[in-house]
Write a protein that binds this ligand. Structure first.
Ligand code: GUN
Length: 279
């Protein structure tokens, strides 16, 4: 079975559009992008387009590559204090001279729709309510909407980043999975993946996951975004793994659209918590 993230995200966005209308609220998202990286600009454009589709107002701040950490923090604080803004998204990666950690910590946890503030990360690990990172949350939605059992399953997460691997492991633990986290220093990766009911790869290495590494019938979620000879591909050797996996996400059209749909859902949640009526 191919897990169609594109179709699922469209369904979720349609449902969200109705919820926003029914709630009579007018959520506002602010995005910040620093520099002119074409990939980042494309992602931000897609986020604004999704906002338009569901009835979320969005504003985009575009700052020069040469902007400094303090300038960015000043902008974030202005958005924190702006009662019209429900969600703040800082597109990553930021230029290397900017202290990303300081900038992300400046975002008000209540408006942190990316779920990257340590307050929200702590809430996630503690199993408390809060805004959770969009990519791993979108993956949990794929698993639940396709009725893939998580409780009691052995999930192997490959990657330990703060935006995907670590929150993914926490969400799975909170959903009663048995979780193994592997990474670039793991020896004999296939030992772990062959014993997994669910494999989630966020390594950023094309063709890392091959058919021989997957238990027949297992679910394979590909978070990789790699460009090989100008072609977008994931971490999974899709054609061969499709033959053994019970379910698999394609790249593109799998996890990516769900990340954006989850960002919209997080913005809606932030707005509901702030309870701002439509004008
Ligand atoms: N860059 C790549 N993925 C993401 C994401 O999920 N959020 C943000 N803010 N930037 C990203």
């Amino acid at each position: 079975m191919i897990l169609d993230g594109r179709a699922l995200s469209q369904q979720r966005l349609e449902i969200l559009k109705e919820k926003i209308q029914e709630a009579g609220i007018s959520p506002h998202l602010a995005t910040i992008i620093v520099g002119s990286d074409p990939g980042s600009r494309m992602y931000v454009r897609m986020k604004h387009k999704a906002c338009e589709q569901v009835g979320i107002h969005s504003i985009g701040l575009e700052l020069l590559e040469s902007s400094l950490t303090d300038e960015l923090i000043r902008r974030v604080r202005m958005l924190n204090e702006d009662p019209d803004i429900d969600g703040i998204l800082i597109q990553l990666p930021l230029p290397v001279h900017i202290d990303s950690h300081q900038v992300l910590e400046a975002v008000s946890p209540a408006k942190d729709v990316d779920g990257f503030h340590t307050h929200n990360i702590g809430s996630l690990v503690a199993g408390m309510p809060g805004l959770t990172p969009c990519t791993p949350t979108g993956i949990m939605t794929i698993l639940s909407d396709y009725h893939i059992p998580v409780a009691g399953a052995h999930a192997v997460v490959i990657g330990r980043s703060i935006d995907v691997g670590k929150p993914m492991a926490s969400l799975l633990i909170n959903a009663d999975a048995t979780v193994t986290v592997c990474h670039s220093k793991t020896s004999d990766l296939s030992y772990y993946t062959r014993h997994a009911d669910i494999v989630i790869s966020a390594a950023g290495r094309p063709k890392l996951i091959t058919a021989g590494m997957i238990r027949p019938g297992a679910t394979v979620i590909d978070v990789g975004i790699n460009h090989v000879d100008g072609v977008l591909c994931g971490d999974v050797d899709f054609e061969s793994v499709l033959e053994v996996a019970g379910a698999i996400t394609p790249v593109p059209g799998g996890v990516g659209p769900m990340t954006i749909a989850t960002l919209m859902e997080n913005t809606y949640r932030a707005a509901m918590d702030a309870c701002r009526p439509a004008q």
